[in-house]
Design a protein around this ligand. Sequence first.
Ligand code: KIV
Length: 276
Amino acid sequence: MRSKLHNGVESARPYEPEKNPAIRRLTAGAIKRRKTKTHFPIATAYDAPFGQFVEAAGIDVILVGDSVGNVVLGYDETTPVTLDSILYHTQAVVRGTTRAHIMADMPFGSYQVCNEDALRSAIRLVKEGGACSVKLEGGRDQAERIRAITGAGIPVVGHIGVTPQTAGLGPGFKMRTHRDRLMDDARSVEAAGAYAIVLEVVDPEISREITEMLGIPTIGIGSGPHCDSQVLVLHDILGMYPHSPSFAKRYAEIGRMATDALAGYAAEVREGRFPG
Ligand code: KIV
């Protein structure tokens, strides 16, 4: 990996493979201590160059989400994503970054069956993938899994509200408004030992209550402004596709720029203008 980005901007720190023991990644403990201190940004990334761009932008928590299924692998949902895919993409993001905390998503089927499965999957993500922590979907129903994984020393992030791995099988993607259920799920996830919790498409007022109630940071996506942190999918931030979720904000139109650049190249080759 180059330490200089193609636009000439130096990355936050020159890229060096993880040989240098002085280079330490942000820990789960440090993220937990950010509670109420600052609103901190999180972005997803799925490969080395974009991991590098995210880190160079000063975003020090990167999620290798199973949204890789939708935005990179061409699926309509996250359910088909495998543990091996997440491992492959986590390794790439780890290679492209030096200091960011890399949070790896546990894909559907890698933790639901039993605690042993969950622990084995989490260990692979840390040991083979280089992840600093793992994230799994579910509230009270997954508290036992969170306990098993944290019990082995692996930091876990919970994820409640819309849980995309199973949303298509039942309740869909509409905003979650069942206050008591959400509060109970949030409490259970914290009590099980999670160091942070994603609130996906949760009513903003309930998100505020959960954020005030918990001692761990809440990470919002489509859940209003009161969460301790916000996460967005990289492709939505960059405007890679024509459509993005209504709660996301497009900070660029990279998809259109890429198409224009490629069309420019194609035209120059066809017209004999490249090579010049
Ligand atoms: O997979 C993912 O990108 C996620 C975030 C949307 C929270 O789980």
